[in-house]
Write a protein that binds this ligand. Structure first.
Ligand code: UT7
Length: 332
């Protein structure tokens, strides 16, 4: 591992659309029940962006809160990375739109896409730039408006997801603090389990693609489920190994919020009691790349972690991808 500056999170923020869509609302839209959704997934409601709200809008709101928390001016930002599978458009990148919205004139800006693992990938990229001294700070955002790419007639997918954005400011910190290790992985060979087939160069937008609903999320739920429990456990263990820590050193786990059964299965593998695991999917569903940073923001603002706590963030998602970050929390 390259030795360099220690890198920590100095501010967090999140943004959620106002509109709440409950399981009872969904009962009126597709053949489902509140009972099925709660017992199979743990989800009770989710937030849905209105027609005028795009991913950059939620990103900008979350970013402003993270910058205020870090006491950093947008003009002083060196880098903005947005992780999303629901960008405002193919280009310009959502990160460039956020850069404009914030007036972060000095910052380089780009998007990355690793589906629900996107935030962990983006944070790891930002970490490298700061660790090696190229940049002093970065804004890392995980943001989605998945409601815009869901088939609201498909009960297999539409009950699972929600919209939101989470942001962190990343800066140099004290030696031995902050991000201790990061681990990323991918298995493109099984990528077909979770896709949005049309809208790219393979199946460009056409009347045919629209009529055949190819712009919507398609998922083999049980395949993703089996992969998820394995991937979350393995990724968390790898971050610990790379950081030279043991399972019993973990003070808090912030997992990707896809399904309570996946979270409980992963916690069991890691021998962690659920009191040390953050869960908010009952309120928001699966927000893909936004899920981990929104959870982190809530954990911080509710005072659930304190300086020096060892925190693992872990995610899995389309690609297929997985990733984890082990941190010694460095903020007072
Ligand atoms: O961030 C990554 C994104 N994706 C995920 O993390 C998803 C991972 N997978 C899962 O969370 C679960 O596999 C699901 C929640 C999607 C499904 O739960 P499951 O226990 O694996 O159910 P299943 O796929 O085995 O389906 C059981 C039944 C099926 O009916 P039949 O074929 O047995 O008659 C489904 O059609 O449940 C049916 N079903 C529903 N019933 C009521 C599927 N969705 C619904 C629904 N309401 N919304």
């Amino acid at each position: 591992m390259i030795k360099g500056y220690a890198v920590g999170i100095s501010g967090t923020g999140s943004a959620l659309p106002e509109k709440v869509l409950t399981n009872l609302d969904l009962e009126k839209m597709v053949d489902t029940t509140d009972e099925w959704i709660r017992t199979r997934t743990g989800i009770g409601s989710r937030r849905i962006a209105d027609d005028k709200t795009a991913t950059s809008d939620l990103s900008t709101e979350a970013a402003k809160k993270a910058l205020a928390d870090a006491n950093l001016k947008a003009e002083d930002l060196d880098l903005i990375i947005v992780a999303t599978v629901t960008p405002d458009m193919a280009f310009p990148s959502t990160a460039c739109i956020v850069q404009k919205n914030l007036g972060a004139v000095k910052a380089a800006a780009f998007d990355i896409e690793a589906a629900c693992t996107g935030f962990i990938y983006a944070l790891t990229i930002a970490e490298q730039f700061i660790k090696n001294g190229v940049y002093k700070n970065a804004l890392v955002i995980g943001a989605e408006t998945l409601s815009k790419v869901l088939d609201w007639e498909d009960r297999n997918t539409c009950v699972l997801f929600g919209d939101g954005a989470g942001a962190v400011v990343v800066e140099r910190t004290e030696e031995g603090m902050g991000i201790l290790s990061s681990y990323l992985g991918a298995d493109g060979g099984n990528g077909e389990a979770l896709t949005q087939p049309a809208g790219g160069s393979r199946i460009p937008a056409s009347l045919h693609s629209v009529e055949n609903k190819l712009h919507y999320v398609k998922m083999d739920g049980s395949e993703v489920f089996k992969f998820a429990v394995r991937a979350m456990g393995k990724a968390a263990m790898e971050a610990l190994r790379l950081g030279g820590m043991e399972l019993e050193d973990i003070d808090f786990l912030i997992p990707h919020q896809a399904n309570i059964r996946i979270i409980e299965g992963s916690a069991k593998r890691l021998k962690l009691p659920m009191e040390k695991v953050y869960v908010n999917l009952d309120k928001y569903g699966n927000m893909s790349a936004a899920s981990v940073p929104v959870a982190l923001d809530e954990v911080v603002r509710n005072g659930l972690i304190k300086k020096n706590d060892k925190v693992v963030m872990v995610a899995f998602g389309g690609g297929l991808t997985w990733g984890s970050t082990l941190m010694k929390w460095s903020k007072d």
